[in-house]
Write a protein that binds this ligand. Structure first.
Ligand SMILES: Nc1nc2c(c(=O)[nH]1)N[C@H]1C(S)=C(S)[C@@H](COP(=O)(O)OP(=O)(O)OC[C@H]3O[C@@H](n4cnc5c(=O)[nH]c(N)nc54)[C@H](O)[C@@H]3O)O[C@H]1N2
Ligand SMILES: Nc1nc2c(c(=O)[nH]1)N[C@H]1C(S)=C(S)[C@@H](COP(=O)(O)OP(=O)(O)OC[C@H]3O[C@@H](n4cnc5c(=O)[nH]c(N)nc54)[C@H](O)[C@@H]3O)O[C@H]1N2
Ligand SMILES: [Mo]
Length: 813
């Protein structure tokens, strides 16, 4: 049945070029336009006889708050969205994306029925046959059973994205993965910052993420936005930044691009992308040179005075001196006094910070001395040259930062590089050296991803049951090689089939062509999605999923309120929730006894935990009250007790025997990884050999009209506001190539190309170009922006490095 879900009528860039005017023609339900909102007046509570009001939320991964909102229905149709006014006036929920949700729910792009690729047609050709749910489940499970008996349980790879992760019921699919003994592909998005935060500060979830809550921003005197663009990508948190500025805080933005956040700043520091780790080292050097390091803080709250054995970079402990059993409780790490006499930090109240000593014949030094050694590897001039930040600017930044309280607002601009972790590790070290940690208005935040889970959903026992088969993780960066170059004696799985939910890998993973090849090599690719996404388009079977307001659930993340998501309307077409799909597939795989739970049982069970009980939260209470405020009144400050949840209990710029995030036989230099260092990006660097051929760093940035591949294309309103993608290029690079705004250009490298319109802008740094993140195949004139990026990742965190990418650009029309 071709055409049902695959044509993207009215929404494709290509058809837009052929026939303008189609953009407004795609509203399925006449009431589903924004204009209706203003026509309804009166008190919501007394209006229930006319229409019903349903509390729910807007779920997406926008680093917003999964904003609570109310949806109004009449005769089973939703027609209006109202903001829920949260207690904290700074948290003004519901943006243009939130208000587009009616159009998205009633979008013609919805997947309506289970679809199977017509036999003999190519993947992606858009030839589908409609099948029943029974047929779909039987088809998938029979293939899976025969593959598992031939290649082992792990030959089916499941991958969950971020598309709806704060809708708690989507996690139920993990139970299927666990009991099937299938492989799991853990997320590679955004791994470096969190890895570094956990290693350096031992972050205490759930209330903090990367350090502190963004509510704490209002206590800062300096806010350093570093590798983030919160005015587009964390709009709720940006309210806290604005509030901080109203309180007199200075806003400094460090970014290669003059962003919309930079436009609001008191100072903007342009930087060469990929060099932030080095800038942090330069700032530390300047602070220490000027004697402004916080020695008291370094001695009491960080590992700085801890003695480290020079040969193996392990701490000197009492057991090394024969004073305790190895690994016993008494086996404390030692510090020493100015005379080189060792003792525990409790014995020696004023330990030395620097120096080398021989204790009982063992050569030791302090962790701080090792940091100074690392800093001395670079001169100010070298740092200025490589970062493209002049020495006096580095000195100025350092003096501003140390004059706190100063808080870093970072996000993923630094993450999306192979050397991303060097940026964050060094930033955390800088916080320690400057003493900008452990007090209100200091540390780092990454937008409001704080999670009220302490009183909320705790689904792990159900989604990762103890009696399940052992977990098999396959990294994103490993998949291609496993599929095409797997050595016969490898212990890793033979991958034959893939299942994606809340994930659009073809649109969102780097090196899209490699993923298309991987899809092509599979016996069966299943995508469960609400809309006919780019990945669904290339699947063998597409399962229609309910929109977030078509089933009851709990919103679990990113908001002060624990939120009930009422079922607003009945599921449309034949769509089913991920929970129900997992149940059907589980039963189809012969796991009937494990998949007996109803959705209601699950929701009740996830609130059945000690923390919830302590706070008096139950499923019944949530159903009655709908939203329960659950943030602590006092903003938690990471490290305010002087104790960190790290292996040493202190803030750590030195890490003993560090391990990579995922152990996967990668080369690993323990000594090097123990302390701050910097190395250039893998590809996107001006001194790279490839740079002669491909002189432009190719990146993307967040747009307020999309959250990844969601929103824009499934809402005509957002389409009108942001109809087509474009590439931003600097005035200098455009002039050199004879490019003007509106020209068609081709950006290309050895991996692929994209043809798109150009926008020439002074906000883009020479040597860089970028396209808004989130566009899918049909929006480009030719090619795809994800065909240019590389799947290469670092050996530390296996992160996806979208920005570590070079290209050339030429005019084509
Ligand atoms: N509207 C919207 N909001 C979103 C999302 C969305 O898709 N749409 N996605 C959410 C998600 S999952 C994420 S991960 C976040 C990402 O949030 P952000 O990281 O804030 O978003 P980006 O626009 O990708 O990049 C941030 C900035 O980093 C800069 N940058 C790039 N490389 C470097 C570098 O090497 N050094 C420095 N200093 N800066 C650099 C870029 O120029 C850009 O201005 O956004 C979240 N919020
Ligand atoms: N070029 C470039 N690419 C990037 C980035 C970048 O900066 N540049 N950023 C990356 C980052 S940081 C991230 S986090 C990723 C995000 O990548 P993804 O996790 O893939 O995020 P989305 O595109 O939001 O959603 C994936 C799919 O989930 C579907 N979906 C929504 N709700 C549900 C549901 O309830 N059930 C099911 N089954 N499906 C649902 C949506 O329709 C969508 O097709 O993108 C990455 N890709
Ligand atoms: Mo992300």
């Amino acid at each position: 049945m071709s055409g049902t879900n695959s044509s993207h009528a009215g929404l494709t860039r290509r058809s837009f070029l052929k026939a303008t005017g189609v953009l407004t023609g795609a509203v399925a339900f006449s009431g589903a336009t924004l204009g209706c909102a203003s026509q309804v007046e009166g008190d919501i509570s007394s209006a229930s006889s006319d229409y019903e009001v349903h509390p729910t939320t807007c779920i997406s991964n926008c680093h917003g708050m999964a904003c609570p909102l109310d949806v109004w229905t009449k005769d089973g149709k939703a027609f209006n969205i109202e903001k829920f006014q949260m207690k904290d006036q700074n948290l003004q929920g519901v943006c243009q994306r939130g208000y587009s949700n009616l159009q998205r729910m009633y979008s013609p792009e919805r997947v309506k029925y289970p679809l199977r690729r017509v036999e003999g047609t190519a993947r992606g050709a858009g030839e589908w046959e409609q099948i029943s749910w029974d047929e779909a489940i039987e088809y998938i499970c029979s293939i899976w059973k025969s593959l598992q008996s031939e290649y082992g349980d792990t030959c089916i790879l499941f991958s969950k994205g971020t598309g709806a992760s704060s809708n708690i019921t989507t996690g139920y699919v993990d139970r299927l993965v666990a009991y099937m003994g299938a492989s799991n592909m853990p997320l590679a998005y955004d791994q470096a910052g969190f890895f570094c935060g956990t290693n350096c500060l031992g972050l205490e979830m759930p209330y903090t993420y990367w350090g502190s809550e963004s509510r704490d921003l209002v206590n800062a005197k300096k806010v350093i936005v570093w590798g983030a663009n919160p005015s587009e990508a964390a709009t709720i948190s940006f309210h806290h930044i604005s509030k901080a500025r109203e309180n007199g805080a200075k806003l400094i933005v460090i970014d290669p691009l003059f962003t919309t956040t930079a436009a609001k700043a008191d100072a903007y520091v342009p930087i060469r992308p990929g060099s932030d780790g080095l800038l942090a080292m330069g700032m530390m050097k300047a602070i220490i040179r000027d004697g402004k390091q916080d020695e008291d803080f370094l001695k009491s709250d960080t590992v700085a005075p801890f003695l480290v054995k020079k040969d193996d970079f392990h701490y000197l402990r009492k057991s090394d001196l024969g004073q305790s059993q190895v690994g016993s409780k008494e086996d404390a790490i030692l510090v020493c006094d100015a005379q080189g006499k060792p003792g525990t930090p409790t014995d020696i109240v004023d330990p030395v910070l620097e120096g080398s000593f021989v204790i009982d014949g063992i050569e030791v030094t302090t962790a701080y001395s090792l940091l100074l050694d690392r800093l001395s590897e670079w001169s100010f001039d070298q740092i200025a040259e490589l970062t493209d930040v002049p020495v006096d600017t580095i000195e100025w930044l350092a003096s501003e930062y140390v004059d706190g309280p100063s808080m870093v607002f970072s996000a993923l601009g630094i993450d999306h590089w192979v050397n991303g972790h060097t940026g964050y590790m060094n930033m955390y070290a800088l916080m320690m050296v400057a003493g900008q940690l452990g007090k209100p208005g200091t540390g780092a935040t990454v937008g409001d991803s704080s999670v009220p889970q302490a009183i909320g959903p705790n689904a792990t026992a159900i989604t990762a049951p103890k009696d399940a088969k052992p977990k098999s993780n396959v990294l994103v960066s490993e998949v291609y090689d496993l599929v095409f170059n797997r050595p016969a004696d490898s212990k890793k799985p033979v991958i034959k089939s893939m299942y994606f939910w809340t994930h659009n890998p073809i649109g969102n993973l780097p090196d899209r062509k490699a993923w298309l090849e991987v899809f092509e090599a599979m016996d069966l690719v299943v995508v469960a999605d609400i809309w006919m996404s780019e990945s669904a388009k290339y699947a063998d079977v597409v399962l229609p999923v309910t929109f977030m307001w078509e089933e009851e659930s709990i919103a679990s993340a990113g908001n002060p309120y624990l939120r009930l998501m009422e079922k607003v309307v009945e599921p449309q077409f034949e769509a089913k929730g991920d929970f129900e799909i997992a149940t059907l597939l589980g039963r189809g795989m012969g796991l009937e006894d494990k998949f007996q739970m109803t959705r209601e049982d699950f929701l009740e069970a996830v609130l059945d935990n000690d923390l919830a009980r302590k706070m008096g939260v139950t499923w019944d209470r949530l159903k009655k009250e709908k939203r329960i405020y659950s943030y602590p009144e006092e903003v938690p400050v990471c490290g305010s007790t002087g104790v960190y949840k790290t292996t040493t209990g202190r803030a750590q710029f030195f890490r003993e025997a560090p391990a990579p995030a995922f152990q996967s036989d990668q080369p690993w230099d323990v000594k090097r990884e123990s302390l701050p260092y910097w190395e250039p990006p893998r590809e996107g660097w001006y001194q790279n050999e490839l740079h002669d051929k491909y002189p432009i760093v190719f990146m993307s940035e967040r747009s307020k009209f999309m959250a990844h591949t969601q929103f824009g294309w499934s809402s005509t309103m957002l389409q009108e506001l942001d109809p087509e993608p474009y590439l931003k290029i600097s005035v200098e690079d455009a002039r050199e190539r004879g490019i003007e705004t509106g020209d068609l250009i081709k950006a290309y490298n050895d991996r692929g190309y994209v043809v798109i319109k150009a926008v020439v802008t002074p906000t883009t740094r020479p040597g860089m170009a970028l396209i808004d993140h989130g566009w899918q195949e049909w929006s480009f004139i030719e090619g795809h922006y994800s065909d240019l990026s590389s799947i290469a990742s670092g050996n530390v965190v296996s992160n996806t490095c979208f920005f570590d990418c070079l290209c050339q650009i030429e005019k084509v029309g």
